[in-house]
Ligand binder design. Structure first.
Ligand SMILES: Cc1ncc(COP(=O)(O)O)c(C=O)c1O
Length: 346
């Protein structure tokens, strides 16, 4: 069988043997009646891990983000978000459809807001202008090459939002990557936000599932909104069990993905015409700009695919390659050799 190294996303990871076993053995109940002990344990563990009062299991990160937007805004409000942010660009205009709000988009510095722009966007508005009631930060920032937010900038944005009475949501689909890369805890990175979403189904390898954490009262409301969106689930401990394994056993190893990403970034940027699209590789996402190559991003992606390396085109000249548990250093070297071959043939 020919080899395929799938670097499209960390969501392609398969559940581990321990996850599969935990899923089979999970204690179950009807979670809409709050009778699923495995879900309850996962929610308690996540609340504690994230330093918030309560947490709610949701099937997807998208649902977690959209519930938060629904809770923290009123129809007609605006949501401050970075221009390539997931909740803006990759959730089918969900904030407009589900919550009747519109994004106020800021172009960040590789995913990170400039505090001066935030201050201007949050400045006092007249009575015939819409309110900016929510600020969303994405850490790590997926479309900015898995960038980890600088702590000082995050604190400054939090201060500005608080001063203007705006709420704060953290899209932490890859917050565990940010914590491992920064040598800190997810609780540390989740402090100062009203709500925080983290995912188990990316680098942590669970088949699905995320949680939304916040105050007890917000999470009570979130439970209602989840039901409204069709996310009330029954014996869902069968998947929450994999989430428990994810947070207990899969976090520390993310450092290996980061090492492999750096190895890949080094190997690719040694090739003529390739640069890092965002000038850095902080975590497990390698975004390369191929504008300097003779072939287009589409052609390079397709030829890499023919060589057994799958990646995504995420911008006119940008390709994204994501490392994860199901690829090792030898796979990374295979991908670098494939890229060398593809570029030599252009
Ligand atoms: C930063 C970020 N937020 C949210 C999501 C949505 O997660 P899901 O695919 O579980 O809906 C993703 C998905 O990749 C993501 O990268």
């Amino acid at each position: 069988m020919s080899r395929t190294v799938d670097l499209r996303s960390d969501t392609v990871t398969m559940p581990t043997e321990r996850m599969r076993r935990a899923m089979v053995e999970a204690d179950l109940g009807d979670d809409v009646y709050r009778e699923d002990p495995t879900v309850r344990r996962l929610e308690e563990e996540c609340a504690e891990l994230l330093g918030h009062e309560a947490a709610l299991f949701v099937p997807t990160g998208t649902m977690g983000n959209q519930i938060s937007i629904h809770l923290l805004t009123r129809p007609g409000d605006e949501v401050l978000i970075e221009g390539s942010g997931h909740s803006y660009d990759w959730e089918l205009s969900g904030m407009a459809v589900v919550s009747g709000v519109q994004p106020r988009v800021l172009v960040g510095d590789h995913g990170v807001f400039n505090p001066a722009d935030v201050e201007e966007a949050l400045a006092e508005r007249s009575s015939i202008q819409s309110r900016v009631s929510l600020v969303i930060i994405e850490n790590t920032h997926s479309m900015a090459g898995g960038r980890v937010w600088p702590r000082d900038t995050m604190a400054e944005i939090q201060r500005l939002a608080r001063a203007r009475g705006a709420a704060l949501h953290l899209d932490g689909a890859r917050l565990f990557n940010a914590a491992v890369a920064g040598g800190t805890t997810v609780a540390d990175l989740a402090a100062g936000f009203d709500t925080v979403m983290v995912s188990f189904s990316k680098g942590l390898c669970a088949p699905l599932g995320s949680v939304l954490a916040g105050s007890t009262s917000l999470i009570e409301e979130a439970r209602r909104t989840r039901k409204l969106l069709g996310g009330g689930m029954r014996q869902v401990g069968v998947v929450a069990a994999a989430g428990r394994v994810a947070i207990a056993q899969m976090v520390e190893r993310l450092g290996e993905d980061h090492d492999n990403a750096r190895r890949l970034a080094r190997g690719l940027t040694e090739l003529d015409g390739i640069e890092l699209a965002h000038g850095h590789c902080d975590t497990n996402i390698v975004a390369i700009d191929v504008a300097g190559c003779a072939a287009t991003a589409e052609e390079i992606r397709d030829r890499l695919g023919e060589q057994g390396v799958a990646c995504l085109k995420t911008g006119p000249s940008v390709l994204r390659l994501v490392t994860h548990r199901d690829v090792d250093a030898a796979d990374i070297d295979f991908a670098i050799r494939a890229a060398r071959k593809v570029l030599a043939g252009c």
